[in-house]
Design a protein around this ligand. Structure first.
Ligand SMILES: [Zn+2]
Length: 432
C-alpha cells in the first residue's frame, strides 16, 4: 500500500474532469496561431483515401514534437477538438487548457474519469484527439501502444482517424529540441475504422489495425525522400538514446559532438551522415540505421531481465505535482526498479515517510523527460499515481532511455506470466 506524501495542502487537481466544449473563438485562434508558427516551415497536411470527414471522430496520432498540434490544427479546422493532455502541460495555464476543452490525465495510470470524459466529447459531436504513445518518440519510430485503446474504440463506436506525422522528429528530436533542423514535414489523416467495421471486430483486431496504421520510421522517411540534414550539430543529444556501445557493449559510455558519436570506453567513433546513415569511422558499422541500434539496446535490456541481472537503484531528487501551480521539491528519495516489484519510491517529507509503489502491471510504459527545462534542464522520469506525479531526477547521465525499455519489457513479461497462469488454471479446470 502506498503511503502518501504529507503535504500541508491536501488538495489535488482533479484530472479527467468534464472537458468544456471548445468555443468557435478558440478553434479560430488556435488555427491562426498554428498557421503563424508554421510560417517558414515546409509542410504538407492532407487527408488520404477520402475527403475530410465531419466529427465526431477519434483522432489517434503519433507524437514527435509540439509542432504535431500545429499541423493537426490545419486539418481539423473549423471543428472543435478536445486534446488529452498530461498534467505537467497544465502548470500555470490550466485555465487556458480548460477553456480550449483539453482533458487532463496523469501518464500511464488507469484513468477511469478519462474514459468518461472521452465519451462526453464524442457524444456532443466534437473531435477527440489522443496521442496514445503518450510521449514524444525517443527515436522516430512507433513507441508502445496500450491494448486499452481497442476497448476505448469499441466503447465509442465513432470513426477512427489515424494521423501520422513524418519529419517532426527529424526537425526537433526530443533529445535535442533546442536546435531545430531544416526538414520538410508531411502529415496524413486517414480514416482507418468506420463504426460498422468496429461493430464487427474484436478488441484484438481493432488493436492490430491501429498498430499497422500508426507504424512510422522517421529515418526511413528521410532516406526514402532523399532528405539531407546538413546541420553540423545533428548528432548532439543522440547519446541519450544510443546509450550503449555496440562494439564493446559498455552502457552509458557514449558521447556525441557535432555529427559524431564516440564511445569513451573503447574509443570507437561513428559519423552520422547527412543522409541519415550511421557509419563507423574505422572497422565494422554495426548498425547503419538508427532505429536498428535502438532496437538492439532494447534486446540487451530484455536479456538482462530474463537472466535476472536487471536492477536499478538511485538516490533521486524528487519534485511532485499534486496540483497544477508548481512543482513541489520533496528532496532526496530512493527509487528502485526491478522485474518483481516494479517501481518503488521511498522518501521523507515534512516529518513523515512516504512510499509509492507501482507494480509491473500498473505501468505499461514510462514517462521520461530529456533535458527537462520546467525544472532544471536535467533528465527526469515521472512515476505517477492516480492523484500525484513524482518527477525524479536520475543521477547517471543517459540512463533514462534504458529505464523506459525496462519498464515496457517488465510490463510485457508480467502480462505474459499472467496469461500463462490463467491458461494453466483453465487447463487444470478442464482436466478435472
Ligand atoms: Zn565502446
Amino acid at each position: 500500500m502506498d503511503i502518501e506524501v504529507n503535504y500541508k495542502n491536501k488538495k489535488r487537481y482533479k484530472t479527467g474532469r468534464t472537458p468544456w466544449h471548445q468555443g468557435k473563438f478558440w478553434t479560430g485562434l488556435i488555427w491562426v496561431l498554428s498557421k503563424m508558427m508554421l510560417i517558414g516551415k515546409e509542410y504538407k497536411v492532407e487527408w488520404v483515401d477520402s475527403e475530410p470527414i465531419k466529427p465526431p471522430y477519434m483522432m489517434l496520432s503519433n507524437h514527435m514534437h509540439f509542432v504535431d498540434f500545429e499541423l493537426a490544427a490545419m486539418a481539423t479546422f473549423p471543428h472543435a477538438v478536445s486534446n488529452v493532455v498530461n498534467i505537467d502541460g497544465y502548470i500555470n495555464k490550466f485555465f487556458l487548457l480548460e477553456w480550449i476543452g483539453a482533458i487532463s490525465t496523469r501518464k500511464f495510470t488507469n484513468d477511469v474519469p478519462l474514459v468518461k470524459s472521452i465519451r462526453k466529447v464524442l457524444q456532443r459531436g466534437d473531435i477527440l484527439a489522443m496521442y496514445p504513445e503518450a510521449r514524444y518518440t525517443p527515436c522516430g519510430i512507433t513507441s508502445f501502444l496500450p491494448d486499452s485503446l481497442g476497448k476505448l474504440i469499441r466503447m465509442n463506436k465513432v470513426p477512427v482517424v489515424a494521423v501520422v506525422h513524418h519529419g517532426n522528429h527529424l526537425y526537433a528530436p526530443v533529445w535535442n529540441v533546442r536546435n531545430k533542423r531544416k526538414v520538410p514535414l508531411h502529415t496524413t489523416f486517414r480514416v482507418i475504422l468506420t463504426p460498422e467495421q468496429i461493430a464487427n471486430m474484436s478488441v484484438d483486431e481493432i488493436n492490430q489495425v491501429l498498430r499497422d496504421a500508426l507504424q512510422y520510421d522517421d529515418y526511413r522517411y528521410q532516406k526514402e525522400n532523399g532528405i539531407r540534414i546538413k546541420e553540423e550539430y545533428r548528432a548532439e543529444g543522440l547519446e541519450k538514446v544510443l546509450y550503449q556501445c555496440p562494439h564493446c557493449k559498455t552502457e552509458f559510455s557514449m558521447e556525441a559532438k557535432g555529427a559524431q558519436l564516440h564511445c569513451t570506453h573503447c574509443d570507437k567513433r561513428w559519423v552520422w551522415e547527412e543522409t541519415g546513415r550511421i557509419r563507423a569511422l574505422e572497422g565494422e558499422t554495426e548498425f547503419d540505421h538508427i532505429p536498428d541500434w535502438f532496437a538492439w539496446e532494447r534486446q540487451q535490456v530484455k536479456k538482462q531481465i530474463e537472466e535476472g541481472t536487471y536492477r536499478f537503484e538511485d538516490a533521486v531528487q524528487v519534485y511532485s505535482l499534486p496540483r497544477v501551480y508548481r512543482y513541489i521539491p520533496l528532496g532526496k528519495a530512493v527509487l528502485t526498479h526491478d522485474p518483481e516489484k516494479g517501481f518503488v519510491l521511498k522518501g521523507h517529507y515534512r516529518g513523515k515517510d512516504y512510499y509509492i509503489h507501482r507494480q509491473p502491471q500498473q505501468t505499461n510504459s514510462l514517462h521520461v523527460e530529456y533535458d527537462f527545462t520546467p525544472i532544471d534542464g536535467k533528465d527526469y522520469v515521472d512515476i505517477s499515481t492516480e492523484n500525484d506525479s513524482f518527477y525524479c531526477r536520475i543521477t547517471d547521465k543517459n540512463r533514462i532511455t534504458k529505464l523506459a525499455f525496462a519498464t515496457e519489457e517488465i510490463y510485457l513479461r508480467s502480462m505474459n506470466k499472467q496469461k500463462v497462469k490463467a491458461e494453466k488454471e483453465l487447463a487444470g479446470n478442464v482436466s478435472v
